[in-house]
Design a protein around this ligand. Structure first.
Ligand code: PLP
Length: 390
């Protein structure tokens, strides 16, 4: 007998389960549309060129401290640069006068990538704010369900996606939250390139969401997994967060991932940023950091250092940063061109339905593994399924 014979049945994690089936499948024309990773036109992984150069520089420097422990908070220079990428301190007014993000309104800690940032943020808020509910978009990145279930906060969904239009369902989302949410509830928002729909709120709609958060006393929780990946422009993709930050009075958190925009998936590079209101800033930052460090210390002591060092080198160097922008452009341009090619194939096949959303939406979800040689085949498969079900 074993202590473990009566373990609860755990639902399978869909993206990883689909990936497992894909690997086992021997069909010569198999295409995996399930997992969110960037691939080249040949279907291969693509280490960013700037990342490869930063890796070589790290290796050549032979720094004898390179395998030492980080502090619990993580690599502080990495965190300063990571926070600046999100909030753009030079141009967002409410941070004027602060030289280091953790001295101002933003308290940052390094995490085990975006998932770890989501998890730590959930744990931090649950323990300290006691939200009655967490509101997550329907549909959403499946791990949001797991993360908030583990935190023990009841999950509620807001009707994010309008199937008929292929757009963000603004009116119904606001209506649902206005009537059913309570003060201190958490509102999970995808900052850009909503996964899995690729449909984002317009700037005007973000203003409406911001007003609603203020009116109802909600705590926005931005999941930022695709900054620079959606549009190729980190400023555009970070716009909503910067807007909320400028507002001053509203407190929120940001879970930042460098998996996609640096192609550092398995290195687990990320950060959690907790933003306090401008009136409270100086008073609470130290306590927030101490609380976050306590949670991290008890979980894994500190996040890994290797990937963060790569990001620090790139973001901290003007020339490398400009080259990173070129790499982002390469990736986002290829994704957009594949969306266009898929759209054109579907139109050429006369597949029933309106496929305009394929080009209107952005981001990686389900489009990264389409390439020039399989786009027609993918379109035909979609056509086949659509005709069978309709
Ligand atoms: N959030 C969203 C919406 C995502 O799509 C992903 C990855 O697919 C993540 C967070 C976290 O990814 P990672 O933990 O690899 O940074």
């Amino acid at each position: 007998t074993s202590h473990f014979t009566n373990l609860p049945q755990i639902p399978t994690d869909e993206p990883f389960a689909v990936n497992g089936s894909y690997i086992k499948d021997t069909h010569p024309k198999k295409v995996n549309l399930g997992i969110g990773v960037y691939r080249t036109n040949k279907g291969d992984p693509w280490p960013l060129r700037v990342v490869e150069d930063a890796e070589k520089a790290i290796y050549n420097a032979q720094d004898i401290s390179r395998h030492e422990y980080l502090s619990i908070q993580g690599d502080r220079e990495f965190l300063r640069l990571a926070a600046d990428l999100v909030f753009d301190f030079d141009s967002t007014q409410s941070c004027a006068g602060t030289t280091h993000s953790s001295l101002g309104r933003v308290t940052s800690i390094q995490t085990v990538s975006g998932t770890g940032a989501n998890r730590l943020g959930a744990e931090f808020l649950t323990r300290n704010i006691s939200p009655r509910n967490v509101w997550i978009p329907a549909p959403t990145w499946a791990n949001h369900h797991t993360i908030w279930d583990l935190a023990g906060v009841p999950r509620k969904e807001y009707p994010y996606y309008n199937n008929a239009t292929g757009e963000f369902n603004y009116e119904e989302t606001l209506q649902t939250l206005r009537t059913s949410s309570s003060k201190n509830d958490i509102l999970v928002l995808h900052a850009c390139a909503h996964n899995p729909t690729g449909a984002d709120p317009s700037r005007e709609q973000w203003e409406g969401i911001l007003d609603l958060c203020k009116e109802k006393g909600l705590i926005p929780f931005f999941d930022l997994a695709y900054q620079g990946f959606a549009s190729g422009d980190v400023g555009k993709d970070g716009w909503a967060i910067r807007r909320f930050f400028e507002e001053g009075g509203i407190e929120f958190v940001v879970a930042q991932s460098f998996s996609k925009n640096f192609g550092l998936y398995g290195q687990r590079v990320g950060a959690l940023h907790v933003v306090s209101s401008s009136s409270a800033a100086q008073g609470v930052s130290e306590d927030i950091l101490a609380t976050l460090c306590h949670l991290v210390r008890g979980e894994y002591s500190m996040a890994p250092r290797g990937g963060a060092e790569i990001v620090r080198r790139v973001l901290g160097n003007k020339e490398l940063r400009a080259r990173w922008a070129e790499d982002l452009d390469t990736m986002s341009t290829r994704i957009l061109s594949m969306r266009k090619a898929l759209f054109e194939e579907l139109v050429a096949l006369g597949t029933p339905g309106d496929w305009g959303h394929v080009v209107k939406q952005d981001g990686l979800a389900n489009n990264d593994l389409v390439n020039e040689s399989n786009v027609r085949y993918v379109a035909m498969a979609i056509d086949d399924v659509v005709r069978t079900v309709s």
